[in-house]
Design a protein around this ligand. Structure first.
Ligand SMILES: *Cc1c(COP(=O)(O)O)cnc(C)c1O
Length: 405
C-alpha cells in the first residue's frame, strides 16, 4: 500500500489533501518519497517559522527530551516558567500572565472562557466576532468562527456570538447591547482570505472597549510571533495598541505543537486555581521548543528579513502587471495574492485557488489557498531572497499558462 492509499484507508478523511507524500525537510525545502525537492512556502501553514529542522530547534528538543519531556502542571517546570517570562517581557511587553495550551483552537477557547468570567457579575456574555474569521475547530472556537461552511451539519453552536462585517466600526457600535462583553478578532484574517484589519478599526475597537468596559481579544494564532515583520501582528497595523488578551499557536512552536494565551495583569485573577487546565499544555518539551524558536527569531533579527522579503515579493508582483492578479494583501510573510478569476481559465468545477496550488505543487512549490480566490504565501521567516525569486517565477509561470484566451 502506498502512503496515500494507507492514509485514505486509515485516516479520517477530513482534509482535501494534495497528492504529495512529504518525507523530509531542511530549511525552506522538503522532499517526497521519490527524492523530488519542493520549495515550501506553506511551512506547515505558518507554523515552521524557522524552516524545517533548524539546528537551534532540533538541538533544544533533543536536549530537553533527554532531560525531562513531560511532568504535570501540578508542579513547576523550568522551560514553562522561562517561556512565559520570555513571551511577557520580550513579545507582549505588557504586564500579564500566560496560559499554555496545545493548539490555537484551545487557546481561543481560553479567551472565550476569560470573557465569560469577565462578564459574570454584570450578566454579560456576548462576544462580537467577524465574518470570514477563523478561530479553530473546537465547539467554542468553531462557534466564534463566522463562516457557515465551518458550522455546517453540526447543529446548535455554543451560544453568545454575534457576527459582523470587519472594518465597519459603525456596525459594531450599532450592535452593542447590554449583553456585549468582548470583541474577538484576527488582526489579519488568515484562513478567510488574508484580510487585513485597518488601523482605524483596531484602534476604534480598543477605544470602544475602554469606554464600554469590554475586552479586546486578539487571535494572533496565525499572524503572531514575527510573521508580519513585527513580534506582534497588531504592532504592524496599530503600534501601541494594548489588547486585554492574545491567543497564539502556529508559529510559536516552529512545528512543535503548542499554543498559549496572554491575559493582561488586571484580568489575570479571573482565571484562578481550578478554573481552567490542560494536561499537556505547556509541557517541558513543547516549551523548550517554543523558547528556542522565539530566541532565534529575536537573536537572528528575523523580523527584518520578513520585511525585506515582503518588499521583494510586492515589488516583483507589481512588475508582472499580470491581469490575473488583483492585489497582494497582508503584512510581512502572511501574504495573499488575489486572483482575478474572470481572467483565468480554470477547469470546470474546480476552485480557482485550490487548482492553482495543485499546479504549483506539480511545478515544485508548496503554497496553501486562502478562500477560493487567493493564493497564500507563508514561507519560513528566514526564507532567502533567492528562494523568494524562485517561488515567484513559478507562480508567474502558472498564472501565465492559465490566462484565458
Ligand atoms: C489555525 C488557526 C486557528 C486554529 O489553530 P489550531 O492549532 O488548528 O487549533 C485559530 N485561529 C487562527 C487565526 C488560525 O489561523
Amino acid at each position: 500500500m502506498t502512503t496515500h492509499e494507507k492514509t485514505q484507508q486509515y485516516v479520517l478523511q477530513t482534509y482535501g489533501r494534495f497528492p504529495l507524500t512529504v518525507v523530509r525537510g531542511e530549511g525552506t525545502k522538503v522532499w517526497d518519497e521519490k527524492g523530488r525537492e519542493y520549495l515550501d512556502f506553506c511551512a506547515g501553514i505558518a507554523t515552521c517559522s524557522l524552516g524545517h529542522c533548524h539546528p537551534n530547534l532540533t538541538s533544544a528538543i533533543t536536549k530537553q527530551a533527554t532531560t525531562l519531556m513531560h511532568c504535570s502542571n501540578l508542579y513547576d517546570i523550568v522551560p514553562q516558567a522561562d517561556l512565559a517570562e520570555l513571551i511577557v517581557e520580550k513579545i507582549v511587553q505588557q504586564p500579564g500572565k500566560i496560559f499554555f495550551s496545545n493548539s490555537g483552537a484551545e487557546a481561543n477557547d481560553g479567551l472565550i472562557k476569560l470573557a465569560r468570567r469577565f462578564g459574570l457579575e454584570s450578566g454579560r456574555h456576548e462576544i462580537i466576532t467577524f465574518n470570514k474569521s477563523f478561530h479553530g475547530r473546537t465547539i467554542g472556537a468553531m462557534s466564534a468562527t463566522a463562516q457557515a461552511k465551518i458550522h455546517e451539519g453540526f447543529g446548535s453552536l455554543f451560544p453568545g456570538f454575534v457576527y459582523l462585517d470587519p472594518n465597519d466600526l459603525d456596525a459594531v457600535k450599532a450592535a452593542l447591547t447590554d449583553k456585549t462583553v468582548a470583541f474577538l478578532l484576527e488582526p489579519i484574517q488568515g484562513e478567510g482570505g488574508v484580510n487585513v484589519m485597518t488601523k482605524e478599526f483596531l484602534e476604534g475597537l480598543s477605544a470602544l472597549a475602554s469606554e464600554k468596559n469590554l475586552l479586546l481579544l486578539l487571535d494572533e494564532v496565525q499572524c503572531g510571533f514575527g510573521r508580519t515583520g513585527d513580534l506582534n501582528g497588531y504592532d504592524t497595523i496599530a503600534p501601541g495598541l494594548v489588547p486585554d488578551a492574545i491567543s497564539w499557536a502556529k508559529g510559536m512552536g516552529g512545528g512543535f505543537p503548542i499554543g498559549a494565551f496572554w491575559v493582561a495583569e488586571k484580568h489575570a485573577h479571573l482565571l484562578g486555581p481550578g478554573s481552567h487546565g490542560s494536561t499537556y499544555g505547556g509541557n517541558a518539551l513543547a516549551c523548550a521548543a517554543s523558547k528556542a524558536v522565539i530566541e532565534t527569531i529575536i537573536s537572528e533579527n528575523l523580523t527584518a528579513n520578513v520585511k525585506a522579503r515582503e518588499f521583494q515579493i510586492r515589488e516583483t508582483i507589481t512588475t508582472w502587471q499580470s491581469p490575473a492578479t488583483t492585489e497582494v494583501r497582508g503584512h510581512g510573510l502572511l501574504l495573499g495574492i488575489g486572483l482575478d478569476v474572470s481572467k483565468l481559465s480554470i477547469p470546470e468545477g474546480k476552485t480557482p485557488s485550490i487548482h492553482l496550488c495543485g499546479v504549483l505543487l506539480e511545478k515544485g512549490l508548496l503554497v496553501p489557498p486562502a478562500g477560493p480566490e487567493t493564493v497564500r504565501l507563508l514561507p519560513p521567516l528566514n526564507v532567502s531572497a533567492e528562494e523568494v525569486d524562485k517561488a515567484l517565477a513559478l507562480i508567474k509561470e502558472a498564472l501565465d499558462s492559465h490566462l484565458s484566451k
